[in-house]
Design a protein around this ligand. Structure first.
Ligand SMILES: [Zn+2]
Length: 334
């Protein structure tokens, strides 16, 4: 099946998802390890429920200043090079003869800034399945104007997700108002976007687990615009709040923070446990001396190729990320 970018085909998948009561999961990636973990988890989960062609959305941000993921995809830190690598990785991983050939993979451009990402907005949009056009830092009226303009120019080629309201960053002090049904309807009708991102109480990059998602607001929005809401910032929302999203009008959820946040502790533990094999006895002695490790880590084992490679570290991350992805798939693909 490979990558599906044709607008009508992408919309067909959204239609099928609604009929099946699926919420389409969209995971962001900023490196090949994450990209592969998302594909592998989707394939394994699909196989376990007898669906070999599960749809999956893989996303990347470009010049979004909260996280420039395409730039992180390469150590050149060039978003354009990173974005090309990301597309290429997905193409190669999903072509015929690969383990992921049957998956229906959609590429989403996330938080594309109307100003900072101007250069990308001139690229051929038919390479991508959907785009979040983000003008949410402007006033509401100006946001509508810019988004409407984009829909007019590119909306025939690509599925457009519009940012009706800003989703705040948990690290900042700013708070913004929840999106009302009236506001959502006005934005949806006037811009002509396919999907809207509403502020439903969630936050980006939050590390706490006590965030509240306001389903009642979502249900009111659904009453005005149908099942066309995309939810962002759910990494810190308790699972019990996000298991019936489809009933609230949510058709797509974007996730990233949880992948990185929940895989790192395992890497840390494994590296401490295997400190000698990773860094050698001398490095461990130094850390014990500094009281950063205790003497239990002094196993006197020699540095070992099976432990000191990048592959060793990436493999731990890969396996943990797969678990995170699968846990979400279990909620949204029933
Ligand atoms: Zn977001």
């Amino acid at each position: 099946m490979g990558i599906i970018t044709n607008r009508d085909k992408v919309l067909e998948i959204y239609k099928e998802a609604k009929e099946n009561k699926w919420v389409l999961p969209c995971f962001c990636s900023e490196n090949l390890t994450t990209t592969e973990a998302i594909l592998a988890a989707t394939k394994e989960y699909g196989d376990s429920c007898g669906i070999s062609n599960l749809p999956i959305i893989i996303a990347i941000t470009c010049q979004y200043d909260h996280r420039t993921q395409a730039a992180y995809y390469t150590h050149t830190r060039r978003w354009d090079i990173g974005l090309k690598l990301f597309i290429q990785d997905l193409k190669i991983l999903t072509e015929k003869g690969t383990p992921y050939e049957n998956l229906r993979v959609m590429i989403h451009l996330d938080h594309i800034q109307f100003d900072d990402d101007k250069e990308l907005l001139d690229w051929d949009m038919s390479k991508f399945s959907s785009i979040m056009f983000d003008a949410s830092k402007l006033s509401f009226e100006e946001n509508i104007k810019r988004t409407k303009e984009f829909v007019k120019n590119k909306g025939q080629i690509i599925v457009v997700e519009g940012a009706c309201d800003e989703i705040v960053d948990a690290s900042g002090a700013e708070k913004s108002e929840l999106t009302t049904a009236e506001k959502a309807k006005k934005y949806f009708d006037e811009t002509g976007v396919d999907i809207i991102v509403a502020n439903l109480g969630t936050e980006h990059r939050a590390s706490a687990r006590d965030l509240k998602y306001y389903g009642s607001y979502a249900r009111k929005i659904k009453g005005e615009i149908g099942v066309n809401i995309c939810l962002h910032g759910t990494s810190s929302v308790p699972r019990s709040q996000i298991d019936k999203l489809i009933e609230d009008g949510v058709c797509k959820v974007n996730i990233w923070t949880a992948l990185e946040r929940d895989s790192s502790p395992e890497l840390l533990k494994e590296m401490v446990k295997n400190a000698s094999k990773i860094g050698g006895a001398k490095a461990v002695d130094e850390l014990v001396e500094l009281e950063m490790l205790n003497s239990d880590c002094k196993t006197e084992e020699r540095a070992n190729l099976d432990f000191f490679t990048t592959e060793y570290r990436q493999n731990i991350i890969y396996n943990e990320m797969k678990k995170v992805v699968k846990a979400y798939l279990e909620i949204w693909y029933i």
